[in-house]
Design a protein around this ligand. Structure first.
Ligand code: C2O
Length: 533
């Protein structure tokens, strides 16, 4: 492949939305940020220069970073942050990957404004496994607060209470005319009779979303940069961190059609029913737009969300086979729950936390990858529990003690071992859907269900033939999801809920994959410009 150079200058920029202005951190002054284009097998060098007063890192969400964990980006997991006035070159190769992904800041809540799409085209001369679209369009969903999101975060951490909800959602940066004090919406121009490939990215901070274009079906062909068996549907479900490629056939003779995004939350903790809209405009015609509110799924449309996810299958063709591990070396069962811990400085003397197998992850002050590579003691312990410390009826009446333990605990995996993780949602405090992201891998979503996972019965129904392959997967409210992957990437890999509020509360853990013995089976040495803590 080619070598592609990018420069990302992180700079403040004043932006006005919903009649309020605020300075936000941007890449190159853009919101959403620039799209990074490359082809499969290209090497990408992105020089990130930090011109703002915050510490910054950038994560290339879904890029596998084979042996290059130093370029993965999560702060204090694989690197120390890039301090104000400093720079760092992320250097990675897109080995065997093509499709749509996203990049975003991976420290505090800076990803609310520091994000953009990654478009990886197939190798030159290699066609898509679906009809060639006339044009391609990138559509990024975001979430906008009138207040500074770093302030929203710190207020919530200080009080121990949930953070303030966002003031609107955005489509390519625009809330559209529905919220107060907003008019312009994103406009997608199409020509009648042509087919478009929409590269859809959910870069929202805390909200899973439904997406619909009035009067048109969409044909899903790829999720998280893995081809799927094509299927046609009128609404797309997409969680933060996920990407979906879909074909839009502009099969009307003309007119304008509303496109809309609206949140999905099946346990409505705080009503957040903010619809953002844009327009699909047929070139050369004018028409009045039909309303879409009547037909976008309701905020608690769990059955629609389920049926959408059940329609996803990996393409599993001769050229793009699904390489599902058929045996399991490490089998983990992990509960995802909220909790309440004492906090002397908080309102009411307690704070909300979240935990995996009752461990609330504590961020270290030296990154775990350097601690692993240089064998620095005292940064982490390798005793993350592979099973709940005290089993309970996960989706029944919650236990009375909701305190969690704190720790920087990792789980070690031998190189090339196969791993199965069953993620079990629980009903502690508020059962919620958790879109869970694993760095460094694509995994297969081999099963899911409601209630408690049954280790004797449920594995019989696992799909080991053509399960969806992705990097971020929903764990249903009061239900479970099972994933499998092969630990063929040595390094330190973060697993966390991609709802930023839950990550903040501690819903995260780390896998360390040891080096193998072969010549290309070890983590590469750190680059010379790796930031210092
Ligand atoms: Cu897109 Cu660790 O995140």
């Amino acid at each position: 492949g080619l070598i592609r150079h990018y420069k990302f200058s992180v700079v403040m920029k004043n932006v006005t939305k919903l009649c309020a202005s605020k300075p936000i951190a941007t890449v190159n002054g853009k919101f959403p940020g620039p799209t990074l284009y490359a082809r499969e097998d290209d090497t990408v060098l992105v020089r990130v220069v930090n011109h703002v007063s915050y510490n910054v890192t950038i994560h290339w969400h879904g890029v596998r970073q084979l042996r290059t964990g130093w370029s993965d980006g999560p702060a204090f997991i694989t690197q120390c942050p890039i301090q104000p006035g400093q720079s760092y070159i992320y250097n990675f190769t897109l080995t065997g990957q093509r499709g749509t992904l996203l990049w975003h800041a991976h420290i505090t809540w800076l990803r609310s404004t520091l994000h953009g799409a990654i478009v990886i085209l197939p190798k030159r001369g290699v066609p898509y496994p679906f009809p060639k679209p006339y044009k391609e369009k990138t559509i990024i969903f975001g979430e906008w607060w009138k207040a500074d999101t770093e302030l929203v975060l710190s207020q919530s951490v200080q009080s121990g209470m949930p953070p303030n909800k966002s003031d609107s959602h955005t489509i390519n940066g625009y809330p559209g005319p529905l919220p107060n004090c907003s008019s312009q919406g994103y406009e997608l121009q199409v020509e009648s009779g042509k087919t478009y490939l929409l590269r859809i990215v959910n870069a929202a901070v805390n909200d899973e979303l439904f997406f619909k274009i009035a009067g048109h079906n969409l044909t899903v062909v790829e999720v998280d940069a893995s081809y799927t068996k094509p299927f046609s549907i009128d609404t797309i479900f997409i969680a933060p961190g996920q990407t979906t490629n879909a074909l839009l056939a502009a099969d009307k003779s003309g007119g304008s059609y509303i496109m809309a995004i609206s949140p999905f939350m099946d346990t409505v903790v705080a009503v957040d029913n903010l619809t953002a809209t844009g327009i699909v405009q047929y070139k050369g015609t004018i028409a009045s737009a039909p309303t879409v509110q009547a037909s976008i799924p309701a905020i608690n449309a769990t059955s629609f969300e389920f049926s959408f996810i059940n329609s996803l299958r990996s393409l599993n063709s001769k050229q793009y086979p699904a390489k599902v591990p058929l045996t399991v070396d490490h089998s983990l069962f992990i509960t995802m729950s909220a909790g309440v811990n004492p906090c002397s400085t908080c309102v009411n003397g307690k704070k909300l936390v979240a935990a995996l197998n009752n461990v609330s992850f504590v961020m270290p002050s030296t990154d775990i990858l350097e601690a692993h590579y240089y064998k620095i003691k005292g940064v982490y312990t390798d005793d993350f529990p592979g099973n709940p410390p005290t089993p309970f009826n996960y989706t029944g009446t919650p236990p009375s003690n909701m305190q969690t333990t704190n720790g920087t605990r990792v789980y070690k995996l031998a190189y090339n071992s196969t791993v199965q993780v069953v993620l079990q949602g629980t009903s502690i405090i508020a059962p919620e859907n958790h879109p869970t992201h694993l760095h460094g891998f694509n995994f297969f979503g081999i099963g899911k269900g409601l209630g408690n996972f049954d280790p004797n019965k449920d594995p019989k129904n696992f799909n080991l033939v053509d399960p969806v392959e992705r990097n971020t997967i929903g764990v249903p409210t009061a239900g479970w999801t099972a994933i499998r992957f092969r630990a063929d990437n040595p390094g330190v890999w973060f697993l966390h809920c991609h709802l930023e509020v839950h990550t903040t509360w501690g819903l995260k853990m780390v896998f360390i994959v040891e080096d193998g013995d072969g010549p290309n089976e070890s983590l590469l040495p750190p680059p010379a410009d790796l930031p210092k803590c």
